[in-house]
Ligand binder design. Sequence first.
Ligand SMILES: Nc1ncnc2c1ncn2[C@@H]1O[C@H](COP(=O)(O)OP(=O)(O)OP(=O)(O)O)[C@@H](O)[C@H]1O
Ligand SMILES: [Mg+2]
Length: 309
Amino acid sequence: MLTFDKKLLPTVVTAIGPKGGISKTTTISNLAGLLADLGKKVLVIDTDKQQSLSRQFLDIANEPYLPDGTSSERTEAPGNTTGLGEILYRGGIVHKEDIRPSIRGGIDVIVSNIGDEHIHWLKERMDAFSMFIRIISSDLIVGHYDYVLIDTQGSVNVIGKNAGVASDVILSPLPPNQLDVGTFIADAPRIWDEIDRTCEMINRKPPRVCVVYSKANFRLVNDQVMRQVIEPFIQASPRMELLNTVIPPSTIYTQATAMRVPVHLVDGSTKTGSPYDVMHQLMFELFPDLQDQWTGEPVANGTGVGDAA
Ligand SMILES: Nc1ncnc2c1ncn2[C@@H]1O[C@H](COP(=O)(O)OP(=O)(O)OP(=O)(O)O)[C@@H](O)[C@H]1O
Ligand SMILES: [Mg+2]
């Protein structure tokens, strides 16, 4: 059995939610940017066939082999450019060419080049549960990255669940509106149960499940009402932790995505509730150990858009 020096293992965080459009990609890409600016080595893995996270960090618009997100068919990769699709078909074995430097210093990327056929294929595999464990145990990753951040698709599929099994933390953003709260209450516990049962089966510590309010404005009556619905539900579950951090709705998050710059760098304000403050709060709640290492100033590790590593 393989054993690792625990200090070398990356911390693995997967954004999972039972519904699309809840801020998974936005949160993962901003966390990646902040961790990198604090001097951490970050690997992001995109598992969504829409490739939002891949496009956030790589100039892939002109790469013909990547499906456009509406196609279910993946065409062959030319040359040696590969991604998650090839890794899965190799049974979770990562090759050097699967990991690409991103447009931001300190962040590397495994692109999503998967289609529906990968999902169907994985569903039939007896060892599906171990795919992401194998990926994060790769000797190209252990000792090379402090954090692995995984983005998943809108509705949870076999890839999302097995990424969850390999994680230390599941981050589940939740906008406090009727639709998102309703879907969360109906579906989230079943997803955590499935992940927990798999972890139990393979004797692996189940991930911490952290719910964070996203696009939440508790000055609005609707959001307050939804808070009264969801909080007792989460508190009654021993498997979920509601973070104190609240990500408010702000066009700065959308602007940051369009500019492909982490949100903490887009808005200079450090005051309470600013994207800079909110993303720091989120990072410290997820990784309390980082608080001791923080000098109060971000380290300028990210070399900015266009400076490929
Ligand atoms: N705090 C925020 N304030 C305002 N808009 C936001 C915020 N967070 C995310 N958004 C916007 O909401 C939309 C959905 O966000 P995002 O793509 O991150 O969600 P997702 O959960 O990854 O969606 P999908 O399931 O489709 O992958 C995007 O247009 C994004 O810019
Ligand atoms: Mg997304």
